[in-house]
Design a protein around this ligand. Structure first.
Ligand SMILES: [Zn+2]
Length: 385
């Protein structure tokens, strides 16, 4: 039997930065599980350069618990590491390496727990899911969920092992990223009124977003479970203009909306589109009929807002020994599982305070605690009819 630590050493050694293939890691996991007598299913991307892995053990039928993690990690480019990022290095009770916290630590514990689950008289199935391309917009898991939705038997609960220091987390905000392209009309800046200044119209749109954001932040809209306790709207990238003496014909900006459960990011985007249609385009067309404003979704995932009274939350309280439920600021695949009809919660070893940074680490203590948590899950799954 391999310990979670030994497995983590193996997993970290695969460079699964999202732009790389994850097939070597998936093949390692497949061999490991097959060696234990657990059948695996791979769900590839269209290019067959990456795959999700799905496996189940225990009794047949529907229901049961799914453990879920992503195999990809964020790049180490430009980061100042004091240890080799793809070699597990131990120092004073901490295990360093890319992905140790986010989230190969959890996957290692999940795999290490399989032999224990196999010895238990489980009353319901255990499902395992490992995805690709989570760090670039929760892309891979969507094909996994499509494949799962074809089957009648769905898990009752999904545990997403993103790093929460094993604290029980029931949710996070949803996110929508949108690109806006403003097409104006160029001319010599001495005759500025004869052109359509794309930067100035983009500025009006961005100002409108600021006003919408302020309205959504009003006290009556707030939800104290989240930090910040309101939906946020922000513009993060802008590009436009070539020279000061040319009225700019193009300006592109990207904005994002991070939503509370009661707010709809799509509505924010639609409000901006209506403003563009009704207020700005008539002014632009009065000068040049080719002027345009276009919007494209560029990223996003649904929020996760599992109720504290749900069966998933009760199980999580049992496993962690705490019903001090909280939320996290980062997104997870949980919103997509939830949308697919699988109630989801987030709980995993390590801290996102170390995620995505140089010298990412997980403590040995967190890894051990997660091993113990998964054994409690196995026992719980035997008791439940
Ligand atoms: Zn993650």
């Amino acid at each position: 039997m391999m310990s979670s630590r030994k497995l983590l050493e193996q997993l970290v050694a695969f460079n699964t930065t999202s732009r790389e293939s994850n097939l070597a890691l998936i093949d390692f996991v497949r061999r490991y599980l097959t060696g234990l007598g657990v059948e695996c299913e791979l769900i590839h991307n269209a290019e067959r350069s990456k795959a999700n892995l799905y496996a189940r053990l225990g009794p047949s039928g529907s229901g049961g618990v799914m453990l879920s993690g992503h195999s990809d990690v964020v790049p180490v480019d430009g980061q100042n590491w004091s240890v080799p990022p793809f070699v597990l290095t131990e120092r004073e009770g901490k295990l360093y390496g890319r992905g140790t916290a986010d989230m190969k630590g959890f996957i290692a514990c999940m795999l290490a727990a399989v032999p224990y689950f196999l010895t238990q008289p489980l009353a319901q199935p255990l499902h395992l899911a490992i995805s690709y391309d989570e760090e670039v917009g929760c892309l891979g898991v969507r094909t996994l969920l499509d494949a799962l939705s074809q089957r009648p038997e769905k898990p009752d609960i999904c545990l997403i092992g993103e790093p929460t220091e094993l604290q029980p987390v029931l949710g996070h905000k949803g996110k929508l990223g949108v690109r806006c392209e403003v097409q104006g009309a160029a001319c010599h800046s001495a005759y500025a009124p004869q052109g359509v200044n794309a930067i100035e119209y983009a500025a009006k749109l961005i100002q409108k977003l600021t006003v919408i954001g302020q309205r959504l932040a009003a006290p009556e809209h707030q939800d104290a479970r989240f930090d910040p306790p309101f939906t946020t709207v922000q513009t993060g990238v802008i590009q436009g203009g070539r020279a000061l003496n040319i009225v700019p014909a193009e300006c592109t900006f990207d904005f994002e909306v991070r939503t509370l459960p009661q707010d709809d990011a799509q509505e924010v985007a639609e409000e901006l589109e209506h403003y563009a249609q009704r207020e700005l385009l008539p002014q632009m067309h009065a000068v040049n009929s080719d002027a345009a404003i276009r919007f494209y979704p560029i990223s996003g995932y649904p929020g996760l807002y599992t109720a504290a009274q749900s069966a998933a939350a009760r199980l999580l309280a049992h496993l962690t020994g705490s019903s001090a439920f909280s939320t996290v600021a980062f997104g997870t695949e949980g919103g997509l599982f939830h949308q697919a009809g699988i109630p989801s919660v987030v709980c995993g070893p390590g801290s996102m305070a170390q995620g995505h940074k140089a010298d990412e680490f997980i403590t040995v203590e967190q890894l051990d605690a997660c091993d113990a948590l998964l054994r409690r899950l196995a026992i719980w799954m035997c008791q439940k009819a």
